[in-house]
Design a protein around this ligand. Structure first.
Ligand SMILES: C[S@@+](CC[C@H](N)C(=O)[O-])C[C@H]1O[C@@H](n2cnc3c(N)ncnc32)[C@H](O)[C@@H]1O
Length: 407
């Protein structure tokens, strides 16, 4: 049962190849809670990683310490194995996202419950009725970095979606924008904004309501920041579809990038996924790593139900994302993963003619939303820092648990 684990752990690739050809179980976990794919990734054997993925090994399985095969490749600095896993993760999320959009025709109403519930403010946090943090003070340096990024063009006309504790709006005001529009949907947060004088600022326009419902009141902006709560990746993705209208040419967009804030590799997958999807809209994307130290301390999270960011960004890549209105080009690579063949019934997974990605035969519809460039690997440019930006920020990651565990 664990033969594939043993062979991979020992680095016996010939034996592993033989076992895979004989149909061995490649989804197995050994006594240490590791999979053959994790061992192959840790040893940097990109060929074995590809072989195992093709044979059905889950890219998103987690070890008992919460590490995936991609984390093992990343921590051992095996770029090639890492890239293969990254590609597998992106393709899988793209296809699953497309499937989810096909099957959930009702659209997103994810924030509706939260918006009806009470929230509680204190000096260092804004909490929902379920003790989940909507916003926390440790994010202040992140918010300041986002403000600096979106106001980099001189702070002309700025849009912020989601007021929360007003940290980013306070930072935006430092750049004295000509016009500063804030959209906020929660009635109590909105009341608090008014009580604290935000409605009386000359350059501030507050729009009360869900961004989805007030789009017709919006103009186009030099800088946009998106940070809502109680919404899903799909909501943000939907917002991105409006960027070509909302963002002026040469403008800058940024978002709270806490996607998959508990696993470094999954976070990278989602950074690349967002970059890919923004690229499809014509935007180039840059990630700026920023260290977030305070949030790693236990006491910061006392009384909070879910720790939505737990990555040490001094060691790993950071969170701020920028997208500017420049056209970008992607190199095309014909690498495809997930191919599986059943000799009796013909191929079950076939290559998609436009993207080159393998998809389940008869399920052409799932490929509709998948960008042409989805099969391309991009350089992992997010490992570098950018001069002039010295602090960071994120998103609610509870809903981004991509992990696969073997029972
Ligand atoms: C994480 S907080 C924003 C924190 C803010 N960036 C700051 O610096 O304090 C998210 C905010 O988005 C608001 N929100 C949630 N869903 C929304 C939606 N659909 N449209 C507009 N605002 C929304 C929440 O009420 C909350 O105030």
């Amino acid at each position: 049962m664990e033969a594939a684990c043993e062979a991979a752990k020992a680095g016996d690739w010939e034996e592993l190849k033989r076992l895979v050809a004989d149909g061995a179980d490649v989804t197995c976990f050994d006594g240490e809670g590791k999979t053959p794919l994790m061992y192959a990734a840790e040893r940097g054997n990109a060929e074995a990683v590809e072989l195992l993925l093709r044979a059905g090994a889950p890219w998103n399985a987690l070890s008992p310490s919460g590490l995936s095969a991609g984390d093992f490749a990343m921590d051992s600095a095996h770029q090639e194995a890492f890239d293969v896993l990254l590609n597998a993760g992106i393709q899988s999320e793209l296809v699953l996202g497309a499937v989810a959009r096909q099957t959930n025709k009702n659209g997103s109403d994810s924030s509706e419950d939260y918006l009806k519930e009470r929230v509680a403010f204190s000096e260092d946090r804004l909490i929902d009725s379920d003790s989940k943090a909507v916003m926390m003070a440790w994010e202040k340096p992140l918010m300041e970095a986002h403000a600096r990024a979106i106001c980099s063009g001189g702070g002309g006309s700025i849009l912020n979606i989601g007021f929360g504790m007003g940290l980013i709006d306070t930072a935006i005001q430092q750049y004295t924008p000509v016009k500063h529009t804030i959209i906020e949907a929660h009635p109590e947060v909105y009341d608090r904004m008014l009580h604290s004088g935000w409605g009386e600022k000359d350059n501030v326009k507050i729009i009360f309501g869900r961004w989805q419902d007030v789009l017709s009141q919006l103009e186009s902006y030099d800088g946009i920041f998106f940070d809502t709560y109680g919404e899903y990746y799909e909501d943000m993705r939907e917002f991105h579809q409006h960027l070509p209208v909302l963002l002026k040419p040469g403008g800058t967009y940024s978002y709270f990038n806490g996607l998959c804030g508990g696993n470094a590799f999954f976070h990278v997958v989602y950074c690349q996924l967002v970059a890919l999807e923004l690229g499809n809209l014509g935007y180039s994307t840059q990630f700026i790593p920023l260290p977030v130290k305070d949030c790693l301390e236990e006491k910061i999270w006392e009384g909070v139900k879910h720790k939505y960011w737990q990555l040490d960004t001094e060691k790993k890549q950071g969170q701020v994302i920028l997208a500017t209105n420049k056209r970008t080009s992607f190199e095309k690579k014909e690498r495809v993963l997930g191919a599986e063949k059943n000799e009796n019934e013909g191929p079950m997974w076939i290559p998609h003619p436009r993207t080159g990605i393998y998809y389940p035969k008869g399920q052409e519809a799932v490929m509709e939303g998948v960008p042409d460039t989805a099969a391309s690997l991009r350089p992992t440019f997010w490992f570098r820092a950018l001069d002039g930006v010295d602090s960071p920020r994120t998103f609610d990651a509870a809903r981004h648990d991509l992990s696969f565990r073997h029972d």
